[in-house]
Design a protein around this ligand. Structure first.
Ligand code: KG4
Ligand code: ZN
Length: 398
């Protein structure tokens, strides 16, 4: 079980003695801020989500995201500070996401942070968003390096080995889109926003909800990349297959695009299963590769799963089959910490502060980077190893 540490009155004295970090996140569609002490205690946090706005427009419009970050960042940071009871002068550093992400969104967080550190004369810690996702689990329990990480969300899809707070080996990543993005697009194509149960939730959540009452065997989609013995992902081909099936059904039922089909549950179930088994197979191969190369510890080897898609219970159960079969320990932080927030950035700042890594007293050279790979790319080596998977039934009993 995870234990989330939140501020209590008796922690107040400890809070003052410890170094404190303000974390700021604006890389995509969440404006987040949090104040944390060196032990990982969350002193105060605030989060403004733009998801509802983007749901209505059918996707993120970067200029809209930028405007919403600009409108909210001052309030969100102020709220986190007020809730923490900490003054600016008590902060030891400010940590902010500078890569990767949407340029216009990253720019707002970085400009705000650079002004803030200049005004209050604080050190600045630039944060890699994916590193922050990968390390969040260590805020909740002591997971030692090295461990395997699977990050799956609307913007990311990758497998990496975490060897240290700034030391990652990239084993595989998506060649086209991320699984959350695929499920969001399928949900939009199915017009699930018109479904009474799905109007206020993300596409991925809608797919999971509807799949519970669907029969996945009514639609058989070809699993992606079956002949590629690596750990990369691809979801665009699956999306094409789903779109074609939807078109066929619309023709059969004689309805226009935009009408809710009678078979939405079955399509959701088949889509979810194909996404889950693709993710599970790539993860299975990553585990076998790490074992073959002696990259995982023999004692308590761990797979950490994070990102918005990690909150999908069907995907978690599928991954559990893989980790049970390979002797790994599966850790999925609670959904609140799987998705973007200021807390994970503050925690990454704390980890860096503790190790004295990447703490800047001069910020003239700092810039944001929309594209930034995670760690050392060994995807070619993984491909060359061409590990064939032993048969494993990925059948989930609902
Ligand atoms: O991590 P996140 O909040 O934002 C980034 O993309 O960085 O993830 C959001 C994504 C969306 O694509 C959403 O559809 C997906 O995660 N998602 C899910 C579930 N909850 C959120 N996908 C599948 N099942 C879910 N339960
Ligand atoms: Zn993220």
């Amino acid at each position: 079980m995870f234990r989330v540490k939140i501020l209590s009155k008796c922690a107040f004295r400890r809070k003052i003695r410890s170094r404190l970090v303000l974390g700021i996140e604006t890389s995509c569609d969440e404006t987040g801020a949090a104040v944390m002490d060196e032990t990982g205690l969350i002193l105060g946090e605030s989060l403004h989500s733009q998801k509802e706005v983007h749901l209505k427009t059918g996707g993120i419009i970067p200029t809209v995201a930028q405007r919403l970050h600009r409108e909210n960042i001052g309030r969100v940071v102020q709220e986190a500070m007020e809730r923490s009871g900490v003054t600016q002068s008590q902060l030891s550093a400010v940590a902010t996401t500078v890569k990767p992400g949407l340029a216009l969104s990253l720019g707002i967080g970085l400009d705000f942070s650079l002004n803030f550190v200049k005004l209050h004369q604080k050190p600045f810690i630039p944060i890699h968003h994916m590193e922050a996702h990968a390390l969040t689990v260590r805020m909740l329990q002591p997971v030692v390096f090295p461990f395997l990480v699977l990050l799956v969300s609307g913007g990311h899809s990758l497998l990496a080995l975490a060897r240290g707070i700034d030391d990652f080996l990239l084993l595989g990543q998506t060649l086209d889109e991320a699984p959350g993005d695929t499920m969001d697009k399928v949900a939009r194509r199915l017009s699930l926003i018109k479904h009474p149960k799905c109007s206020m939730i993300s596409g991925g959540q809608a797919i999971e909800l509807l799949a519970q009452d669907g029969d996945r065997l009514k639609f058989l989609f070809k699993p992606p990349m079956g002949a590629h013995y690596d750990c990369n992902f691809s979801f665009a081909g699956l999306r094409n297959q789903v779109t074609m099936s939807i078109q066929k059904k619309e023709e059969e039922e004689g309805v226009e695009q935009g009408t809710l089909l009678s078979c939405v549950n079955d399509i959701a179930a088949a889509t979810q299963h194909t996404v889950a088994s693709h993710i599970a197979k790539r993860t299975h191969r990553a585990i076998l590769f790490c074992k073959a190369k002696g990259l995982l510890p023999s004692c308590n080897p761990t797979l950490v799963v994070s990102g918005g898609v990690a909150s999908n219970q069907y995907i978690r159960k599928t991954l559990k089959i893989v980790t049970d079969n390979t002797g790994l320990h599966l850790l999925c932080p609670p959904s609140k910490f799987c998705t973007d927030n200021g807390v994970m950035i503050a925690w990454n700042g704390v980890e860096r502060l503790r190790e004295g890594k990447g703490i800047l007293s001069h910020t003239e050279e700092v810039n944001y980077e929309p594209k930034a790979p995670l760690g050392v790319d060994i995807t070619a080596e993984v491909k060359e190893a061409a590990i064939k998977l032993p048969p494993l039934k990925l059948r989930i009993m609902d």
